[in-house]
Design a protein around this ligand. Sequence first.
Ligand code: NAG
Ligand code: NAG
Ligand code: NAG
Length: 781
Amino acid sequence: MLLLMLVAIASLGLCSRAGAQPLCRVRTVRTGKALKDGHQTPRNVLYSSSVTTRLIKHPCKKNLALFLGRQLFFTAENFEGSLSPLSIPPSMQVGKPEVTSAHFADLSLLLVVNKKVYVYNIKKRIWTASTGIKHPVSHISGDNCCYGMHFICSDMSKYVFAYSHGDKISEANVYFSYNWGYTFVKYRILQGQALPVGSLGGVFNLYSLSQIGVLLINQQKAKFKYSDYPLNHSFGLPFDYNSTLDVIIAPGQKGILIFWSEKSLLVSRNSGQLVFPVQVQEKPATLYPSVFDAGITIHAVAANENELAVLTREDNVYYGSLGILTNFIVKLPHQNIWSQQAAMMFSALGILEIVTPIPDSEFPAFDFLKCLVNIQAVLMDPQLKVDVCKVEVLEGDFDNKMYTIDMNSKLELTAVMIPRPGTSPVPLAMVSNPHSLGLNVFNQEVDYTYDGNTKHRLKISLKQQQLWGRADPNFTSSIKKPTMSTITVDIANKEISCVDLQPLTALISIGCDLKKKIVVQKEISACYKGYLDPVALQDNYSYVIEKEAYDRSFRGQRATKDLLVHYPYEKLGCPLLIHYDRPWKPVVELWREGKFQEVVNAEYVMLEVNGLFTYTYSLTADSAMCNSQPQNWTTIRGKARGRPFAWDRENYMSCHQYIKDSPLRWPNVPYQIMGGPTDNKIIFDQRNGIYVFLISIVDPYYSYCHLTTIFSVYVYGAFPLPFSWPEITIFLLMSSILLSVWLAYMIPKQLHTEEGRRLRGYWVSLRNRCRRSCEYFQCRH
Ligand SMILES: *[C@@H]1O[C@H](CO)[C@@H](O)[C@H](O)[C@H]1NC(C)=O
Ligand SMILES: *[C@@H]1O[C@H](CO)[C@@H](O)[C@H](O)[C@H]1NC(C)=O
Ligand SMILES: *[C@@H]1O[C@H](CO)[C@@H](O)[C@H](O)[C@H]1NC(C)=O
């Protein structure tokens, strides 16, 4: 193999035609090239047969991008180097190397090649064929989240759909991956719903709405059908679908979807519920209602979180904002840049790059013609007659961050807007998922800036929709299920020239706040009272549970032999001290980030982890006022195959509501749920010893977290005998006094008889025996 390295060359060229305002500066990227002697057979070089080009940029890893045209190019440096066309190793045996769809799933590049899915691991540079897909597929879809390292955000990239575009809905084969596309399982779309007629236009995980959306096509119209409540009973509004539309999920989880083909361009700002054609401004004051009406042919489309750009076959670039209430694209000054292989991407905010690969007759690696458009500068062209931006500042420290709202908590954010003097733009805040997240905004004109502008402070308050207490039940999603939403603060009818003034967005997880913990209050520990020795407990302490008292299978049956249990002191510390005779319930506290929050009043359940069953509950199903048969550890265990502790908010059902399948048939069974509306307590058997309890909050409306903890108690006072030594001493003393009185009366009468002499001998021996045992008691006590 001949390897030839060339010194890096990057040539710069200016390309502006006389008289016209240049759109961009064109330069050629040409760097160190490796010549390989036919090592790569043409069979393996990937290609796309689409007449349009696509440039897929990784939304989080800004330098990763894939060019999809007559050849494919994968870059890890934003096309700042010459590249050989992407090929797939012969060992993958793809057959025809035609690519129909591509997607970045974190650090995996997924391609549909010849109707099968392949994964390229970017870090390890390894190709893998996906497993689990049994039918040919044409498309893959997924999303990436760039709001930080929280698992809810990073997990998004793991989920990928694969499907065949155009399949009949009723027969569609859809697959789902939980691991960046390495393995897929069959996925039933719209489970539990009647399948509508039509063909499949796509399946998308719409995180901004916490729904899976299925695009249905029927007779030149398309509409979305959603998976989950409350949207499962309705469709999105239909829109025209005349030719296969490519769907771009704009980054940022704001619910922006872009649909395009050569002759149409549509945008939705609410995950497909409403889809509108994008209007086209050819000249100032000439606005066409759609791409079709403007008579243009789209060649490539680029989008980032807030911006949209279009390159047409007619060799023009159009630019638009994806902001709230703006829905048009403006034609930018002309420059010859179009070619069959030209593609586009936003490399930064307001920076558009038109990238064209150019073959090199001597080397297999292609060079790239790059044309960099500074949108803000171009829009300043007076001929475009673009209005100046009315806003000078829009700021909020929540921008691009992620927050969690658990049940019963709220979030307050602040944004600041400073308008241009003499104008009064309207700030707007919007949530992408109004079914779960409620929003209140207070606009305060707080003070003035140094140049006399009013400074507006927006106070934004976010809560679960249900907790505002004004939500329509048809409007709110199931509160039990964690959901997600974004909040965006923008300016209504913002001028297209506000390129540098981008909306503020934060991702809100309406779910478990991982910083929450529960702790059982320990008033008196068994060590403090001297019942247990902390030194001994720390020294690999173990204790024996007698076979009559426990069952490792948690069925309440006696075991066959005693159990030696190690006491994990490091985890549990000293046990809580409880008198066996006192009905008891723990005081459960909620803590967050090491700070006490409140005493938990929600319902919870408890289980002794070693299987001890020598305790019961003070209430029965009947006295707990159940309307249906309450769940118990036995019924839960029966359903949770092998997981003995799996009673939580997901499977808990309150017996206080009427459940049709489970009428109250055994009213006398112990009621095993504590806390909440009842005053249920634990009643211990007459047995002293250590109990290690697992406690699990089961109330589904307390928190999205599975709040559990383990703690220990020491039950005392039950054995030996329920009375103490002083009482025995008094009893014996009293008996002997009475006996002496009786004897003092009887003996003088009886001493002279034969019987009397025998009795005297007995009395002497009794006195001696009593003295011995009393001395014994004295020394023990
Ligand atoms: C929508 O979901 C709710 C709750 O999950 C369910 O009760 C209802 O039957 C579903 N509706 C349809 C049309 O599937
Ligand atoms: C702790 O005790 C158990 C049995 O009682 C024994 O098997 C184990 O080796 C002990 N560990 C230590 C660190 O002494
Ligand atoms: C658990 O509940 C079932 C009925 O749902 C009942 O038959 C059973 O006796 C209960 N078990 C206990 C230990 O209370």
